[in-house]
Design a protein around this ligand. Structure first.
Ligand SMILES: [Fe+2]
Ligand SMILES: [Fe+2]
Length: 331
């Protein structure tokens, strides 16, 4: 059987458990938090006082913090790109009678994710600290540009990507939450903590999919994991640009801001890789082909190798000034 047909069979096999995955890893609409729960209520008399308080607290947050929060928001707001990408993965079918189980998973995942950009966007708008028009232009560019994360339509590679990516977003939203708390903004801290909680559940789900694939198609899953790590996981933020600039031109400086305030660093990348190697018990997988054995060896050695490289990285001290955040507004 061809590799592609085996992947389709594996996807159909996993699809039988979609309802269990949805029930275990996602939260029903009536029970999950909504952006409005965490923001000033515009139907309430005290709305303006609440907004005033939000803006007062926002005044203490530093420049790099705003850059990171803006970049995170924009990446969340480009959700249409991710949904359409995942809907195109081999084994996912969204046509005919509302599509198959996988399309249900993706719709429900998208429904949860959509609240993140919604909440952060409204917060940024109310904060008065950032240039919303510039942010909106970057978001529109990011959606227009689309992305190529190097997975093709391969479900195995895509699930490695999403396992990695969801854990990376957990880390960065969680660190932003801790920073907000440090600067005395408990409300913003709670928003980011709750978003991080969603990301963690999503990470658990996608890494469970990979775990199950390892049980039925270990060699191909190992090769897909190696493939993704060899080319490095490209974050959606990689494609950020400011208005009037070229694609990807804003990523490095955005990433420098994130590294400077410790929200997402090169050593976090290595830690995520280590966690995945551990979670999938790469050292214990049996029944591998000779090629997949080699891939396993590569993956087992990779974290230490990358750690050494990450220790040598030097991050510029001075922040790049983005159109999204005017320094005059920030102390
Ligand atoms: Fe998200
Ligand atoms: Fe996510």
């Amino acid at each position: 059987m061809s590799i592609k047909n085996v992947r389709l069979e594996v996807m159909q096999f996993l699809e039988k458990n979609i309802d269990t995955f949805v029930d275990s890893y996602l939260i029903p609409v009536e029970k999950i938090w909504q952006p409005t729960d965490l923001l000033p209520d515009s139907q309430n008399e005290i709305f303006f006082e609440e907004v005033k308080e939000l803006r007062e607290l926002a005044k203490d947050l530093p420049y790099d913090f705003w850059v990171v929060l803006v970049g995170d928001t924009i990446t969340e707001e480009a959700l249409p790109t991710y949904e359409s990408w995942l809907m195109d993965v081999e084994g996912v079918n969204q046509t005919e009678d509302k599509g198959n189980g996988w399309s249900k998973w993706i719709r429900n995942w998208t429904g949860e994710e959509n609240r993140h950009g919604d909440l952060l966007n409204k917060y940024l708008y109310l904060s008065g600290r950032v240039d919303m028009r510039e942010i909106e232009m970057t978001t529109q560019h990011l959606i227009n540009d689309g992305f190529d994360i190097g997975t093709g339509r391969d479900p195995y590679k895509n699930f490695v990507y999403t396992s990695f990516q969801e854990l990376a977003t957990y880390i960065s939203h969680n660190r932003v939450s801790q920073l907000a708390k440090k600067y005395g903004d408990n409300k913003l801290s709670k928003m980011c903590r709750l978003i991080a909680g969603d990301e963690m559940r999503h990470h658990m789900a996608y890494s469970e999919f990979v775990d199950q694939i390892f049980k039925v198609d270990p060699s191909e899953m190992m090769l897909a994991f190696q493939y993704m790590m060899k080319q490095k996981i490209v974050m959606p933020a990689h494609f950020l640009r400011e208005s009037g600039q070229k694609i990807s031109s804003a990523f490095e400086q955005f990433s420098d801001s994130a590294q400077r305030i410790g929200v997402y660093t090169a050593s976090d990348y290595v830690d995520i890789l280590r966690k995945l190697v551990e979670k999938w018990q790469i050292d214990k997988i049996e029944g591998l082909t000779a090629e997949a054995e080699k891939a396993r060896d590569y993956l087992m050695r990779l974290p230490d190798r990358m750690q050494k490289i990450s220790e040598r990285l030097v991050i510029p001290q001075e922040p790049h000034i983005f159109k999204w955040v005017k320094p005059a507004l920030i102390k």
